[in-house]
Design a protein around this ligand. Structure first.
Ligand code: CMC
Length: 423
């Protein structure tokens, strides 16, 4: 019997099975041989929410949820946040290594020259209702991009994949900014290719239609870039799983990215940063916090921006963002909701309900306050999350379509419906 194996005795039949283990996992398909009879389809693992199922082998992002560790390609998030720009981090996620100076310049050039949107796409975006949620616009426009680049269907072709990666990382800030301008009834501002990734985005968002130039505060542009670094990837979360899952049918990456953004839209995922600020606004005053905590403990509502499937410790991104918030508020003025957020965190972290469930602030708890202070309306927050997550989605998509072990995703179910019956 191999030492690196699991012995399973099926007490229903008395039969014994040996299942091989590799890197602390067993292959779910090995469970199929555990059967009640020859015609039985075999044992399945039932895992709603995929809480204990690895869907891939990946070399991109590492998380230790107990210790609160996050690394991209081996580098601790704290070091990347301090020393690297978002575009360097995006390169790292896609290529596996940080760029040399020449590679950085080339990469930046490729991203920069693909920032423009086709004029017809602007008309398409203009067709959304004036009050359309910018995240809905993003989802729709990413899907529409697939019709502009039919060459993207060649997902098995490495050169084609590289081109779509440039386009998607380059165009998502433009789409995001146009979604914002549309909701404000303001004309679209084309990208300025002499600006950095974050500066250009701020310019497309905030430049007055009558000006030819917008100088973003360099510290705010840097803060936004840092937020982009922190949001770039987070291994197998809901939207990344959507990206991989849709990609497994060999759909083009624009369609996959539309699906991933749709997953990010939900309030339990990327929509949480928006939900946090709405919650803080609803609380309104520090002395209302005990009532809110009581409702949360009674199961009537959730504390948005708290808790995480993987982290059972302080989210390392939230720690960095909390520190950064102070610096941003020195420039923009303090966000009046900060005091409520700090007090909420203090009370929650000393309450047994939260302590026993390991509920700590996550990445979304403080990021919304920063976005709001920078002048973004709340419904733009999930869009601001989607911009940098694009590089993570693409790195994961590329890994998935290049992985010989991957097949079209087709989970099983446990059927509990009626047995055959007739009219
Ligand atoms: N407020 C109050 N109670 C909570 C919360 C919360 N935010 N999160 C979890 N719990 C409780 C939950 O009621 C349950 O308690 P009990 O065992 O008594 O039933 C326990 O903690 C476990 O919760 P769960 O729903 O089984 O945990 P999950 O891993 O399925 O959900 C989560 C993770 C992030 C969806 C959840 O914590 C949540 O809804 N948080 C609020 C939304 C949020 O901030 N989402 C952003 C996540 S981080 C960024 C991202 O991924 O986009």
């Amino acid at each position: 019997m191999a030492q690196n194996s699991l012995s399973i005795k099926d007490n229903r039949t008395g039969k014994e099975y040996e299942v091989l283990l590799e890197d602390n996992h067993l292959r779910a398909s090995d469970l199929e041989k555990i059967k009640l009879s020859e015609t039985d389809e075999g044992l399945v693992a039932y895992d709603p929410g995929l809480t204990n199922t690895a869907v891939c082998k990946s070399t991109i992002t590492f998380i230790d949820g107990e210790k609160g560790i996050l690394r991209y390609r081996g580098y601790p998030i704290e070091e990347l946040a301090e020393k690297k720009s978002y575009l360097e981090v995006a390169y790292l996620l896609i290529h596996g290594e940080l760029p040399s100076e020449t590679q950085r310049k080339e990469w930046t050039h490729h991203i920069t020259i693909h920032t423009l949107l086709h004029e017809n796409l602007k008309v398409f975006m203009d067709g959304f209702r004036y009050d359309a949620h910018p995240m809905g616009i993003l989802v729709g426009t990413l899907g529409a991009l697939s019709t502009f680049y039919p060459d993207a269907k060649n997902v098995r072709d490495e050169a084609s994949r590289r081109l779509q990666i440039y386009r998607l990382i380059a165009k998502i800030p433009t789409i995001a900014a146009f979604a914002y301008r549309h909701s404000q009834g303001r004309s679209f501002i084309d990208p300025s290719n002499d600006l950095t990734y974050a500066e250009n985005f701020l310019s497309m968002v905030f430049r007055p239609s009558t000006s030819s130039r917008y100088e973003a505060d360099p510290d705010l542009a840097k803060a936004l870039d840092l937020l982009f670094v922190l949001h770039a990837d987070h291994e197998q979360n809901c939207s990344t799983n959507a990206m991989r899952s849709v990609g497994s049918s060999l759909a083009d990456p624009y369609s996959c990215a539309a699906a991933a953004s749709a997953a990010l839209y939900g309030p339990l995922h990327g929509g949480a940063n928006e939900a946090v600020v709405r919650m803080l606004e609803e609380i309104g005053k520090v002395d209302r916090i005990p009532d809110i905590i009581r409702d949360v403990k009674a199961g009537k509502r959730r504390l948005m921006g708290f808790g995480h499937r993987v982290y059972h410790n302080y989210d390392p991104r939230a720690r960095i963002i909390k520190k950064m918030a102070q610096r941003v508020f020195e420039i923009t003025g303090k966000n009046p909701l900060l005091d409520i957020a700090l007090e909420l965190e203090r009370i929650a972290l000393s309450d047994d309900y939260f302590i026993s469930r390991h509920l700590y602030p996550n990445v979304d708890f403080y990021s919304g306050l920063i976005y709001q202070s920078m002048g973004f309306p709340v419904d733009m927050f999930p869009v601001l999350f989607a911009i940098p997550r694009m590089s993570g989605w693409l790195a994961q998509w590329q890994e998935n379509v290049s992985d010989a072990e991957q097949r079209i995703v087709r989970p099983k179910q446990v059927y509990l419906g009626k047995a055959e019956r007739h009219l």
